[in-house]
Design a protein around this ligand. Structure first.
Ligand SMILES: NC(=O)c1ccc[n+]([C@@H]2O[C@H](COP(=O)([O-])OP(=O)(O)OC[C@H]3O[C@@H](n4cnc5c(N)ncnc54)[C@H](OP(=O)(O)O)[C@@H]3O)[C@@H](O)[C@H]2O)c1
Length: 257
């Protein structure tokens, strides 16, 4: 069946890989992000793409984008709130403005777009809504205080929403990648808001982005409430849950970059 799939942060990394993974001939993929040129490039690789530039921090732009999608397609089957920004700075180095910026993009950006798309899904009574968290959404990790907080917040929101939707066929999924090989560390914010601009070892040696996208797609198809993807770092999620003292012992010794 043909589907309308809306992906934010679709110009690069995991979002781009997801667009490619969903590139089946009947699907239409709506590509959003701030950099239109990158979205246009991704669109050339797809059978049916609709480029819709969007800054998820801008609530008015979200309203307009959803109106455009409603007029053009009349429905959204899968919404993947993938847009996000990471952090590489100690708490003591991170300005309040940068902290708020991380919450605005990673938490409110995801939540506001979801709320705007929800009435459309409620009309059809079906759909998948995806929040892009992180392994750092399951435990705190050095240099990522606000990032980790913003990702933790997504779990509370999407779990609550998923329960509210129990009588529908609309499912919420929260994705927790560990270390995936993308430019996320280069785009991460330092404490003053400048880009970290470095490919960290964690990312360089991370899971291939296409493998990550395939696992996310499979989990969404199965209406999973949470999806974990990564290497050994995923073990930390289980240690934190079942043996928190061992989690802290190990996490103190992991290189955060
Ligand atoms: N790579 C990893 O190891 C890893 C691990 C855990 C979680 N994640 C999560 O996965 C998601 C994708 O990250 P990635 O690894 O693919 O890194 P990435 O290449 O840096 O992708 C981030 C994307 O978010 C978009 N974005 C940032 N701010 C935005 C805004 N205000 N409005 C709309 N789009 C915005 C960027 O596009 P524009 O600049 O064009 O807007 C970019 O395409 C993020 O949520 C990240 O937290 C990644």
């Amino acid at each position: 069946m043909s589907k309308i799939i809306w992906i934010t942060g679709a110009g690069t990394g995991i979002g781009k890989a997801l667009a490619l993974a969903y590139n089946e001939k009947d699907n239409t993929i709506i590509l959003s992000g701030r950099k239109e040129d990158q979205l246009n490039e991704v669109a050339t690789l797809l059978s049916n793409a609709y480029v819709l530039p969007l800054d998820v921090v801008n609530e008015e732009a979200i309203t307009q984008a959803v109106a455009e999608v409603t007029a053009k397609f009349g429905r959204v089957d899968v919404l993947i709130n993938n847009a996000g920004v990471s952090q590489r700075a100690l708490v003591t180095e991170t300005s309040n403005d940068v902290g708020r910026q991380l919450m605005e993009v990673n938490f409110f950006g995801s939540v506001h777009l979801t709320k705007a798309v929800l009435p459309l899904m409620l009309k059809t009574g079906t759909g998948n809504i995806v929040g892009m968290s992180s392994a750092a959404g399951k435990f705190g990790f050095p240099l990522r205080s606000y990032y980790s907080a913003s990702k933790h917040a997504l779990h509370g929101f999407y779990e609550a929403l998923g329960l509210e939707l129990k009588d529908t066929q609309i499912y919420t999924t929260v994705v927790c990648p560990g270390r995936i090989k993308t430019d996320i560390s280069k785009n991460a914010l330092k404490g003053d808001g400048a880009a970290h601009a470095q490919m960290d070892d964690g990312q360089l040696n991370g899971v291939d982005v296409d493998i990550c996208a395939a696992k996310i797609k499979q989990g969404i198809r199965r209406n999973k409430s949470e999806i974990y993807i990564g290497g050994g770092e995923i073990l930390l999620i289980y240690l934190k849950r079942y043996i928190p003292s061992l989690f802290r012992f190990i996490a103190k010794r992991v290189n955060p970059e």
